[in-house]
Each structure stands twice: as structure tokens, then as C-alpha cells.
Design a protein around this ligand. Structure first.
Ligand code: HAS
Length: 556
């Protein structure tokens, strides 16, 4: 019964139109990744005191390029491309015409937005970092460009919804394939989250940056940014979880542990990802402690679906291992396919996510946030989460997705090279992110270039670890260049053939999934209800009792 809920798709191949759409997204993603990696190397070497930048190149310009390209462009393009491919794969191999049309329209809008934003960043007119905090002011075209990127991603999301609807129409009364359901959840979360940043950009940043209004309500702009900023991290994470839940079981020769647990964890993310933004503003004035406490409470609740995922993954690993004859408490560990890069890269990400996620819980605890906020600890946290757990899973996906889409094969030699690439990345992150965590605890701030603060003894004590950071960053650069090269090889030069798109099957013993899990009116109402409770009063308060507005500043 439960088995019947999963479309049986093992032999299905993503057809050419859907493959082209997905590949177009993935290739832009890796182009952005390559550029971001170059920027990352430069800033790592500067911060480590190894090089100084020429006069014409500003550190904050490089830092903005790194954050925007890595955090916003690589991720968004990759995610939408991956989701389109998975939706096509699990709904019969193709996308409906509406899905393709919307997908391409969204892709073009995102590309135009990307070009606009790139010009402003490269001309040093938008060195405001990826969070573009007011009152630092970028060129209005930076905001319009990033706005277009977001609107394009909405249109892409509508393409995914259209494909889901087309499948539901053809299969009345059936539960959607698990991957497709997860893709819809991811884009629902994204549409809800980006409302905050869209309001900030359209109502505040664009009029203010054009000079149509003299000042900006800084606190409101930060609230709207973080309304978006935290669910943004789950927008990065959910496709990763989709890969772990759906693709990994097939890769390791196991079964999906529970369809309903997987769906429930995605629904919990829709409910709980957004009404938690104040945990990024625990040190901000102008928000009362009660509201901060409420957001922290919900933050602790949003940890639960990640713990459910961890539980589920251990269950998959153990049952796959035992089915292959593993004995003892940890015998299953040895049965995992450690020499398969499609498994190794994501599992390295999972392992990194254990300290990465634990660091998140530390960040969210008020007193400990006082210690780490605005220190380079936070940079260490997000390099373990998005930079390792998410990025390494994306690598693991690319190793089979790209050849599947182009009708080529992941050869044993590329698999071996992939293992090397993944090990270098993991080692680089261990060194860089580990140093960042320690340096943060020693008080070293984030978002700064190299300085000894006039030879202050505390600052001088940071220098050896900043060197380790630079070493880690250099390893990451090598690994990134390898990855870009491998993606290009897999896309255009690898031997022709068939590469499987791995879709796991549900464990025979899994319980039947309840139907309410796809009742979208109830799901969306509950999500909106929690957001209204968490945000309505503080937002009205900060508008009614607005602090004096700030004129634009150019700090670089
Ligand atoms: Fe975070 C700041 C709290 C998760 C990203 N975070 C950031 C920033 C970024 C970011 C980019 O409360 C910086 C923003 C900026 O520029 O200012 N974060 C959390 C919490 C979680 C969390 C509570 N963050 C993430 C994820 C991210 C991410 C995921 C990206 C993808 N974060 C914060 C807070 C701040 C913050 C504060 C603000 C700090 C400040 O003061 O500025 C939780 O969701 C984490 C829950 C996760 C776990 C881990 C579960 C483990 C799993 C793996 C299992 C492993 C297996 C492998 C199965 C509890 C699922 C075993 C295999 C074998 C073979 C053994």
C-alpha cells in the first residue's frame, strides 16, 4: 500500500526538454561557484595576512562578490535546476508545457538580474555584503538586479507548482511522489520567505537608493531581511534533505525509512522556518525581550525536523547495512559504499552538519549569542552548514545529475577524482571553519579585512589561526576548481552512456502516509498564522514608533 504511493520510476530518464532546463540552471550555478571561489581565495589570503589587495580592488567588494555568488546565486540556480530534474524524474520523466515555459522564463529573469547585480558589484558600487544591511547603500541597480533574481526564482517555483498540479490532475486521489512533494514544499517555503525581502527591496531600499526618500527605517529593514534570512538557510537545506531522504537510500542499496516522517519534517520546516528571524537580531535594540524569547522558542522547535532527519538517516544506514549481513552495534558502518563519491560527498556533509547544527543551537541561546554574535564564529557556523553540509551534498548530486542530464557517464576515474575533490574540500573546511570557531571565541570579529588593531596583543594572538584559515581557504579553492572542471567534463566530454538518476523505494514495513499531509489550504493557513503571531506586533510597533531614519552611507 505504502509502496504504491511512490511512483515507480527506477527506469525513467529525464527527457531532453526537462534535462535542458535543469542543466541550464546547474551550469550557471557552477559558473557562479567558480567565480565565488576565486573571491573566497582572495579574501581568505587577505584575512590571513598572506597578501594585500591592489589599490583598485576593495576587500569588501571581494567579500560581497563571494557572499552574493556563493550564497545567493550558486544555491538558487542549483536548487531550482535540481528540483526541476527531480520533479520530472519522479512524475514520469518530463515536465508539462506550463512547467517548462515558467521554468525558462524564470531562468532568463534570474540571469538578467544576475548580470545587473554583477555589474554593480564589479564596479564597486555595491560593496554592501550579501546581507546588504541599510544604511549602507548600494547602487539601486544592485537591488533591482537581486530583486529580479528573486522574482525569477518565484516564476521557476510556479513552474514546479504547475508540474505538480499536472501530475495531480492525471492521478486524482493519489499521494504525490515523495521528491515532487519535497520540491513543492521547498518552493512554498521560498515564496513565503522572500515576501520579506521583496517588501524591503521594493518599499524601502529602491526608493531610498534612488534618493526619492531621504531616510530609511533601519530596524524595519533588518526585520524584513531576517524574516527572509533564516528561511533562506532552510531553502538551501531542504533540497539537501530531499537528496538524503530520496536519493541516498538508492545509492547505498537501502530503502526509504518512512515516507510520512520525511513529509512531516518538510511540513514542519514550512511552519517553523520563518517565524524565527529575531534569533539573528538578539543583540539588536528596538525589539522587546519577550518577542526575542518567542522567536528563540520557535527556533528550538525548528531543530526538531533536523533531528528527525538525522534519526531517519541512521535508520536507513543501519537497515541497509544489516540487510547486507552487518552484525554488532556498528557493523553497518563498514557496509556503506565509502568509495562511491555519490555517497561519500553527501555523507561528509552530514557528518559536518552535526557540529554545524549544534553551533546553530549555541547561536540561538541568548547568553551564548552575546559571546559569538558578530564574531567570526558565525562565519565558521555557516561554512559548516551551507559551506559543507549543503555544498558537499550539491557536489554529490552533480556527480550523477550532470551526466544523467547530458546522456554521459560518471567513469570510475572521475569517481576517484571526485573522492579526492571531496576529501580536499572537507579538509579545507575543517581547517578553515575550525579556526573560525576558535577565533570567534577569542573575540575576532567577522566582516573585517586583515588588521592587528595597532598591534594589540589580543589581536596578535589571532594571527597563527588566521594563517590556518588561509591554508584551509586555499585547499577549498583547489577543490572548487577541480569541481568546476569535473562538472564541465561530465557535461561535455565524458563518455556517452546512461547514468542512473537514483530514486529510493519505500521500505515495505513503512506505515501508510496520512492524506492530510497534502492538504495545502490547512498547511498554508497554519504557516501564515504562526508568522502573523510572531511578526505582526513587532513590525507594527517598529513602524509606529519608528527610530529616526538614516540617510544613505557609503562606507567603502
Ligand atoms: Fe544558522 C547564523 C541558528 C542551521 C546558515 N546560520 C547563520 C548564518 C548562516 C546560517 C548563513 O540562532 C549567518 C547569517 C549572517 O550572515 O548573519 N542555524 C541556527 C540553528 C540551526 C541553524 C538553530 N544555519 C543553519 C543551516 C544553515 C545555516 C542549516 C545553512 C544551510 N544560525 C543560527 C543563529 C544565527 C545563525 C542563531 C545567528 C548568529 C548571530 O548571532 O549572528 C538549526 O537548524 C540546526 C539544526 C541542526 C542539527 C543537526 C542535525 C544533524 C543532521 C546530520 C546527521 C548526520 C548523519 C550522518 C545522519 C541539530 C541532520 C551520520 C553518518 C555516519 C556515517 C556516522
Amino acid at each position: 500500500m505504502a509502496q504504491a504511493q511512490m511512483a515507480d520510476v527506477q527506469d525513467v530518464r529525464v527527457d531532453r526538454p526537462a534535462a535542458r532546463l535543469s542543466l541550464a540552471h546547474v551550469l550557471v550555478a557552477f559558473l557562479a561557484f567558480g567565480i565565488a571561489a576565486i573571491a573566497g581565495l582572495l579574501q581568505g589570503l587577505v584575512r590571513g595576512g598572506v597578501i594585500t589587495l591592489p589599490k583598485w580592488l576593495n576587500y569588501y567588494e571581494v567579500l560581497t562578490a563571494h557572499g552574493v555568488y556563493m550564497g545567493l546565486v550558486f544555491t538558487t540556480f542549483f536548487i531550482i535546476g535540481f528540483l526541476f530534474s527531480g520533479v520530472a524524474r519522479t512524475t514520469g520523466g518530463s515536465l508539462p508545457p506550463a512547467g517548462l515555459r515558467l521554468g525558462w522564463t524564470g531562468w532568463w529573469m534570474m540571469v538578467v538580474g544576475l548580470v545587473m547585480a554583477t555589474v554593480t558589484v564589479l564596479t564597486n558600487n555595491a560593496s554592501v555584503l550579501y546581507t546588504f544591511y541599510a544604511p549602507m547603500k548600494a547602487s539601486p541597480y544592485f537591488y533591482i538586479g537581486t530583486g529580479l533574481l528573486v522574482v525569477g526564482s518565484w516564476v521557476g517555483g510556479f513552474g514546479i507548482f504547475a508540474s505538480y498540479r499536472a501530475w495531480k490532475r492525471k492521478n486524482p486521489g493519489k499521494l504525490s511522489p515523495l521528491f515532487t512533494f519535497m520540491a513543492v514544499c521547498t518552493m512554498v517555503l521560498w515564496q513565503i520567505a522572500t515576501i520579506g525581502v521583496a517588501l524591503e527591496v521594493v518599499l524601502q531600499l529602491i526608493p531610498w537608493s534612488f534618493g526619492w526618500v531621504p531616510t530609511i527605517n533601519v530596524l524595519l529593514s533588518r526585520m524584513l531581511l531576517w524574516y527572509f534570512g533564516h528561511p533562506l538557510v532552510y531553502f538551501w537545506l531542504l533540497p539537501v534533505y530531499a537528496m538524503w531522504y530520496v536519493n541516498i537510500p538508492r545509492i547505498i542499496g537501502g530503502k526509504i525509512f518512512s515516507d510520512s516522517l520525511a513529509r512531516l519534517s518538510f511540513l514542519l520546516f514550512i511552519f517553523l522556518s520563518t517565524p524565527v528571524g529575531f534569533h539573528h537580531q538578539l543583540m539588536d535594540p528596538g525589539i522587546s525581550p519577550e518577542w526575542k524569547f518567542f522567536h528563540v522558542l520557535l527556533t528550538m522547535a525548528v531543530v526538531v525536523p533536523s533531528l528527525m532527519t538525522a534519526f531517519s538517516m541512521f535508520a536507513v544506514f543501519e537497515s541497509a547495512g544489516r540487510a547486507k549481513g552487518a552484525t554488532g552495534l556498528f557493523g553497518w558502518f563498514k557496509k556503506l559504499p565509502w568509495n562511491d563519491v555519490r555517497f561519500f560527498a553527501p555523507v561528509a556533509g552530514m557528518i559536518a552538519f552535526i557540529p554545524g547544527g549544534t553551533g546553530g543551537i549555541i547561536n540561538a541561546s541568548y547568553q551564548m549569542n552575546e559571546v559569538v554574535h558578530n564574531t567570526i564564529w558565525v562565519t565558521g557556523h555557516f561554512h559548516l552548514t551551507v559551506g559543507t553540509a549543503v555544498a558537499m551534498t550539491f557536489f554529490g548530486i552533480a556527480y550523477w545529475l550532470v551526466p544523467h542530464l547530458t546522456g554521459r557517464q560518471l567513469t570510475p576515474a572521475v569517481n576517484r577524482l571526485g573522492l579526492v575533490q571531496a576529501v580536499i574540500w572537507a579538509t579545507g573546511m575543517l581547517l578553515m571553519s575550525g579556526s573560525m570557531h576558535i577565533l570567534g571565541l577569542l573575540g575576532s570579529p567577522r566582516r573585517t579585512a586583515y588588521t592587528t588593531y595597532m598591534n594589540d596583543p589580543t589581536a596578535l594572538s589571532w594571527m597563527p589561526l588566521q594563517g590556518v584559515m588561509a591554508l584551509g581557504g586555499s585547499l577549498l579553492f583547489i577543490s572548487a576548481m577541480l569541481m568546476v572542471g569535473i562538472v564541465l567534463y561530465l557535461a561535455f566530454f565524458a563518455p556517452k552512456g546512461f547514468e542512473e538518476y537514483p530514486i529510493g523505494e519505500l521500505d515495505d514495513t513503512a506505515e501508510t502516509t496520512p492524506r492530510f499531509m497534502e492538504r495545502w489550504s490547512v498547511i498554508l493557513s497554519l504557516a501564515v498564522f504562526l508568522i502573523v503571531i510572531a511578526y505582526a506586533y513587532p513590525v507594527i510597533d517598529v513602524i509606529q514608533n519608528a527610530p529616526p531614519g538614516s540617510p544613505p552611507l557609503r562606507t567603502w
